[in-house]
Design a protein around this ligand. Structure first.
Ligand SMILES: NC(=O)c1ccc[n+]([C@@H]2O[C@H](COP(=O)([O-])OP(=O)(O)OC[C@H]3O[C@@H](n4cnc5c(N)ncnc54)[C@H](O)[C@@H]3O)[C@@H](O)[C@H]2O)c1
Ligand SMILES: O=C(O)[C@H](O)[C@H](O)COP(=O)(O)O
Length: 383
């Protein structure tokens, strides 16, 4: 079998060893002519997989090592009898890590003590949003959830209206990007809904860029009454509106899901699906292949405030300001005549530094039992 795979799928060699030949390609620039000998295609979110890419090729299996599937024309694949697999939930913990890090930084910015009493609105309560709700509640936040498809399906959470969710101190978006169906999310946050957000609110988007009308958001920001905004995803990636970036408090290049664990689990899940499709069993797991993290343990003095310990542990594992600084530097260099903006944005993603999830860090001595409880709530191992 011949597999064509995006060059940004880590550990693929180990996971598909023995299945055939693997050819790596730039996912953003992949063309049909590169697939004329391919039996299987493994992509990430930057490749539009549809009739114009695949018609006339021998590809019979498509896998995307991502949670999102809006780049794949799944109905067309089904009509052609082409097998398809994605990686639901693979990087959910990574996105939750990003969101908790952003909120923790915001709490300091507003001089608030910890998550206790903060209201957080979560839009979309699937793999990512559902995990986030659990962590936030365990940290003491009051959470409101909007998820009309789940609510109609009778899921157990207490649901709120989108308007109620948009009135929370923090609003975090976790829906897929959809343009059809009963609850399409394209421009769900339009100018009217953005107008309802005020200066004491934080809006986070780590779902898909076009869930917010980016031009309307740009028009909303700038004055003293603007909400604070953290964007990880952008309309028209890899070329975000650079003026919008200037008005964002935190701006990152679609890396919320880029923990090493998250990316490798995505590889494992599509490789497992490919093995199953071939009638085989995948003999490896991500856990067997992950290297030892650079930092494995952390200890706190007994007199440190528990909320301070949570903040320090979150930042020791991952500080979103580092990615914000990298993106702004790359955009400045691009506008000064270096690389094109899209190349700079994609370059940051391709060469992303190793980042590990809270579950990789063991807290050896906790500041009292409350500290231990809160650190466990944030996802750390407690020894
Ligand atoms: N920034 C990143 O790196 C990153 C990483 C992972 C996922 N994502 C994005 O996040 C999205 C969510 O991931 P997930 O794993 O939780 O997906 P999921 O499919 O498990 O959950 C999505 C939830 O959104 C709900 N939903 C759909 N339409 C809605 C609407 N109009 N209003 C409110 N809720 C709605 C669904 O009912 C579902 O419960 C993905 O589709 C992907 O686009 C981004
Ligand atoms: O949908 C997902 O899983 C995430 O958005 C993922 O992190 C996207 O990463 P990419 O495929 O663009 O490298």
């Amino acid at each position: 079998m011949h597999i064509v795979a995006d060059e940004n799928i880590p550990l693929l060699g180990a996971f598909v060893e023995g299945l055939g030949t693997v050819e790596r390609a730039n996912g953003r620039r992949l063309t049909r002519s590169q697939l004329m000998n391919a039996d299987a295609l493994l992509v990430r979110s930057v490749t539009s997989v549809n009739e114009s890419l695949l018609a006339g090729t021998p590809v019979r299996f498509v896998g995307t090592a991502t949670i999102g599937t809006d780049h794949v024309d799944i109905p067309w694949l089904e009509r052609q009898g082409i097998a398809f697999a994605s990686a639901p939930g693979c990087n959910a913990s990574s996105v939750v890590q990003y969101v908790l890090g952003v909120i923790s930084l915001y709490l300091r910015r507003c001089q608030r003590e910890g998550f206790e009493g903060l209201t957080v609105g979560v839009v979309g309560a699937g793999n990512v949003g559902g995990a986030l709700v659990g962590r936030l509640q365990a940290l003491g936040a009051r959470v409101r959830v909007s998820d009309p498809p789940r609510q109609s399906a009778g899921a157990g959470l207490p649901f709120a209206s989108l308007e109620q969710v948009l009135a929370c101190d923090v609003v975090s978006l976790h829906t897929p990007l959809t343009t059809t169906g009963e609850c399409p999310t394209h421009h769900l946050l339009n100018s009217d809904r953005l107008a309802s957000l005020g200066p004491n609110q934080l809006l986070i988007n780590s779902g898909r860029g076009a869930v917010i009308d980016n031009r309307a958001l740009l028009a909303r920001l700038g004055g003293t009454q603007s909400p604070t905004v953290a964007l990880d995803v952008w309309e028209h990636e890899p070329e975000p509106l650079t003026e919008l970036l200037d008005h964002c408090w935190l701006a990152t290049p679609h890396i919320a899901g880029y923990s090493l664990e998250g990316k490798c689990r995505g590889t494992e899940m599509v490789a497992r699906a490919l093995h199953l499709w071939l009638g085989r069993q995948l003999p490896l797991t991500t856990e067997e292949l992950l290297p030892e993290p650079p930092v494995t343990a952390m200890a706190f003095a007994p007199d440190i405030e528990p909320v301070e310990a949570v903040h320090r542990a979150l930042m020791a594992c991952y500080d979103p300001r580092d990615d914000d600084a990298r993106l702004r530097r790359a955009v400045d260099q691009a506008s000064a005549g270096g690389l094109a903006l899209g190349q700079a944005f994609d370059g940051l993603r391709r060469n992303y530094p190793v980042r590990r999830e809270p579950g990789s860090l063991k807290i050896q001595s906790t500041p009292g039992s409350d500290g231990g409880r809160l650190l466990a709530a944030a996802g750390f191992q407690i020894s």
